[in-house]
Design a binder for this molecule. Structure first.
Ligand SMILES: C[S@@+](CC[C@H](N)C(=O)[O-])C[C@H]1O[C@@H](n2cnc3c(N)ncnc32)[C@H](O)[C@@H]1O
Length: 273
């Protein structure tokens, strides 16, 4: 890829997706875009660049470009410490404060494993400790991952981290043994909703205020300035007394918001006086 083409992709991705592309990522970018070149039978990055940023190509190709440059790695019960903090500390505190209905947001939901883990944990808590109504919103910039999330279907391999007891309660095995998939039961699926949202948008089309926000493993791709702007917008969609969970390798940086640290990469927005 010649330097001008690299600059064009870098500029577009950083401005529109927030994902930083330093020169050290050039080889990674090339190998990811190579998939699209092969699929479209295009032989050079320059030709692909002209296509994707041209009028006709932009409409057809932009989602695929987003799909190849985003990293969608996720898992059920990822960074499990957070789900222990949720049941051991956060939910009891919210219930003590009088919460009966919880709005929960999985901010960079990818293929949905985080949102469904939250649904199982909340359902479990609701059945055994304190009755709670809850709704989970999963958002992501990639429509392809959201389509997977919406189905609620996972291979046995993907579902390996779901404890067997939860699988028995909350999942159904495919009737076709050759498929080796599980699907979340309707009572879990109907608590979750998945929608496209680009964290780079200047305002988020979200009306509710969220008591629980999981924003994990997406800030690592953003620079400090982008992280700050995104955090401020997320903060404005949080209910007073709400909790923010970030990835274990992420933190608030130097943002001037009144979040109070609660546990590793868990912060609370102060309740109203
Ligand atoms: C590594 S996954 C994190 C999944 C999950 N939160 C977890 O921790 O397992 C990062 C996700 O962030 C999404 N993402 C990247 N840039 C985004 C943006 N500007 N707006 C919304 N989502 C974005 C990607 O599409 C990807 O699915």
């Amino acid at each position: 890829m010649n330097p001008e083409t690299f600059e064009q992709f870098k500029e577009f991705i950083e401005t529109n997706l927030g994902i930083k592309i330093p020169p050290s990522k050039k080889i990674m970018l090339e190998s990811r875009l190579a998939k699209r070149l092969r699929a479209l039978k295009i032989s050079t990055y320059e030709e692909y660049c002209a296509y994707v940023f041209g009028e006709e190509g932009f409409e057809r190709e932009i989602q695929q470009l987003i799909d190849v440059v985003t990293t969608n790695e996720t898992d059920f019960f990822r960074e499990n410490h957070h789900f222990e903090v949720l049941t051991g500390q956060v939910l009891p505190e919210l219930v003590r404060a009088g919460a009966e209905e919880l709005n929960v947001w999985s901010v960079a939901a990818s293929t949905g494993q985080e949102a469904y883990t939250l649904a199982m944990v909340l359902e479990e808590y609701s059945r055994s400790v304190a009755s709670l109504k809850y709704r989970i919103l999963g958002t992501d910039i990639s429509e392809t991952v959201l389509r997977v999330a919406q189905t609620g279907i996972y291979t046995e391999h993907q579902a390996a981290k779901i404890p067997d007891a939860y699988k028995r309660k909350y999942c159904l095995r495919s009737k076709n043994p050759e498929q080796r998939t599980v699907r979340f039961k309707p009572e879990i699926r109907e608590k979750t909703l998945f929608r496209r949202l680009n964290l780079m948008d200047s305002a988020y089309q979200i009306r509710k205020k969220y008591q629980i926000v999981f924003c994990r493993n997406v800030f690592i791709y953003f620079d400090r300035g982008t992280q700050k702007k995104v955090l401020e917008r997320i903060y404005s969609h949080m209910a007073p007394g709400g909790y923010l969970f970030m990835g274990h390798s992420e933190n608030l940086g130097n943002v001037q918001l009144d979040f109070v640290p609660v546990s590793t990469a868990v912060y609370r927005k102060p309740p109203k006086e």
